[in-house]
Design a protein around this ligand. Sequence first.
Ligand code: FES
Length: 143
Amino acid sequence: MSVFIGGPKAACYFGKNLFGDLEHNRISVTFVDKDGNEKEIKVPIGMSMLEAAHENDIDLEGACEGSLACSTCHVIVMDVDHYNKLEDPTDEENDMLDLAFGLTETSRLGCQVIAKPELDGIRLALPAATRNFAVDGYVPKPH
Ligand code: FES
């Protein structure tokens, strides 16, 4: 039995969790790939979905490493309730989202979605394709 005082582990006393379902300040996030395969991971509060994906071998590219210069971290929030709990996207994020393949009403950039308690249980779909002008050297096809 241990007692933590102060710091990020202050919520854990005697192995119990003061945040109900939240286990040690982490939320549950499920990524669904283009084939429908699901992977549920625990993401610490404050971590971006891009970082979380990379830590868990989830195939989310993130070519610019979160500097809002690509759209390769495009994710689709699968339920509107969770989508509505996100901060509104900035103009920069919207500009990049406009370049993303398969844009939907609930699309976001994974590097801009930061884990917070209200997002516990969020499900994120990975689009079937991404578009990366910077790295892929995109060349428009002739018509
Ligand atoms: S990693 Fe490039 S915008 Fe998110």
